[in-house]
Design a protein around this ligand. Structure first.
Ligand code: BG6
Length: 466
């Protein structure tokens, strides 16, 4: 007997910048990604989301494919500058109408929308004022969130405020590989604090709005395993947990920062700086669920060498993935691990363990697996997209999620990344994740992959047929 209850949601996910295109259509304002991706050398071979897979113009065709696959829920994000071209103030009604029509199309097919309010495409106008380093951006975010609640709240029950703080703050303010391309941990911590403030304010506004639904936060779930049993490696892995997990989950699930770490950053850099009332704001506005995005684990060693930041964006296996901070930790290759072409370790057990670690630290919080998937260059044989590796990956992770449910975790939905092949931020269009293939040489024509039919069967059998 499978563990999946009747109301369990089988879905799939995308994000606005990665699928929509229409970057300046019908009054949309520029986002930080529209600007950043056009800078020479910023992304893999200069790829950008100007057109993406043109979901903005083809959403009806895409929703029909979702329905055909049997999807029960669709997680997508709203582009803030499509609704508010300057980040606040004047509303772009054409942008509001786009999502309104998308939501209606989903509901007509009995597909439950799950909205992510922020999947990294900050209005450039707000970045020009200082972006997340300014508290005023958190206030603008609440204005934007209220607009969404007002226009879509009667039709949408599932909401998430932010997607993966570690990525847009970590890469935006520490490694500098995402906009605004800053490299300063102290600035990262303060920007991140404003994200937590924005989340809490948006949760508060959600509850005041009276919407009959749930609002949560989406984080990366990244377990860390020490390479050896040495006390140094164990301490390094614990520190990685502290930074990658506790720092990012505690403020939204407990309403406070991990005490030991925060005293260190405040002693070192004087951040995060709290405004009066922030303490109680965070404490009183804990969300209703946590979304977990799981792809891989990291194997960790102590690191006294120089800081190394080198990522594989080409998809050439073993092309030199190095990541570590001097004096803190370093992520290394697990000698026994199985890796993707982008050097991400495939380790399904990490999904079970990670979910159980969240449950152990935060109690019985409802969980959605908001992303999980394999980035690969899919083989095409006789015109068919034979993505067996993706099917294997997803099957193993569904098993792992089910195991966590067997152990008592309250998991309510599963959203593979991604519904359709889309733009991978720094890796271009060649890193494919979708159930639906997009032919960039044939006018962006859609084609069902082998995994499309596999997932269709899985959903129809409520998870039994894998
Ligand atoms: C998550 C993001 O980080 O992982 C997605 O929420 C992203 O937007 C996905 O595309 C996969 O990452 P990547 O770098 O392979 O595209």
């Amino acid at each position: 007997m499978s563990q999946f209850p009747e109301h369990f949601l089988w879905g799939a996910a995308t994000a606005a910048y990665q699928v929509e295109g229409g970057f300046d259509a019908d009054g949309k304002g520029p986002s930080i990604w529209d600007i950043f991706a056009h800078q020479p050398g910023a992304t893999y071979q200069g790829t950008n989301g100007d057109v993406a897979v043109d979901h903005y113009h083809r959403f009806r065709e895409d929703v029909a494919l979702m329905a055909e696959m049997g999807m029960q829920s669709y997680r997508f994000s709203i582009s803030w500058p499509r609704l508010l071209p300057k980040g606040r103030g004047e509303v772009n009604e054409a942008g509001v109408a786009f999502y309104s029509e998308l939501i209606d199309a989903l509901l007509e097919h009995n597909i439950e929308p799950m909205i992510t309010l922020y999947h990294w495409d900050l209005p450039q106008a707000l970045q020009d004022e200082g972006g997340w380093e300014m508290r005023s951006t958190a206030e603008a975010f609440v204005e934007y969130a209220r607009l969404c609640y007002e226009r879509y709240g009667s039709r949408v029950k599932l909401w998430a405020t932010f997607n993966e703080t570690i990525v847009f703050i970590g890469h935006g303010y520490v490694t500098g590989s995402h906009p605004p391309a800053v490299k300063d941990p102290a600035r990262a911590i303060q920007a991140c604090h404003h994200v937590f403030v924005a989340h809490a304010l948006a949760v508060k506004a959600f509850r005041e709005s009276g919407i009959k639904g749930q609002i949560g936060f989406v984080n990366v779930l990244q377990p860390h395993t020490p390479l050896t049993d040495s006390p140094e490696d164990k301490a390094a892995a614990a520190l990685a947990d502290g930074i990658y997990t506790h720092w990012l989950y505690d403020p939204v699930l407990k309403g406070e920062y991990p005490a030991e770490l925060v005293s260190q950053t405040q002693a070192l850099w004087g951040v995060p700086r709290f405004a009066p009332g922030d303490d109680s704001l965070l404490k009183e506005n804990i969300g209703d669920f946590i979304g977990l995005n799981y792809y891989r684990r990291e194997t960790v060693v102590a690191n006294n060498e120089e800081t190394q930041l080198k990522a594989n964006h080409s998809g050439e296996r073993n092309s030199g993935h190095e990541f570590g901070f001097k004096g803190l930790f370093k992520f290394v290759r697990n000698p026994n691990g199985v890796y993707t072409d982008w050097d991400w370790e495939i380790w399904p057990q990490g999904l079970t363990d990670g979910i159980m670690q969240i449950k152990a630290r935060y109690g019985d919080v409802p969980i959605y697996i908001t992303e999980n998937g394999l980035g690969a260059k899919d083989p095409i044989i006789d015109g068919e997209i034979v993505d067996d590796a993706r099917i294997d990956y997803l099957r193993m992770h569904v098993d792992a999620m089910e195991e966590a449910m067997r152990q008592g975790a309250d998991v309510r939905g599963y959203y593979p990344w991604s519904f359709i092949d889309l733009l991978s931020w720094l890796n271009g269009y060649q890193k494919q994740y979708g159930f639906v293939y997009v032919d960039h040489h044939a006018g962006l024509a859609r084609k069902r992959k082998k995994s499309f039919f596999w997932y269709q069967k899985l959903i129809a059998s409520r998870g039994e047929q894998r």
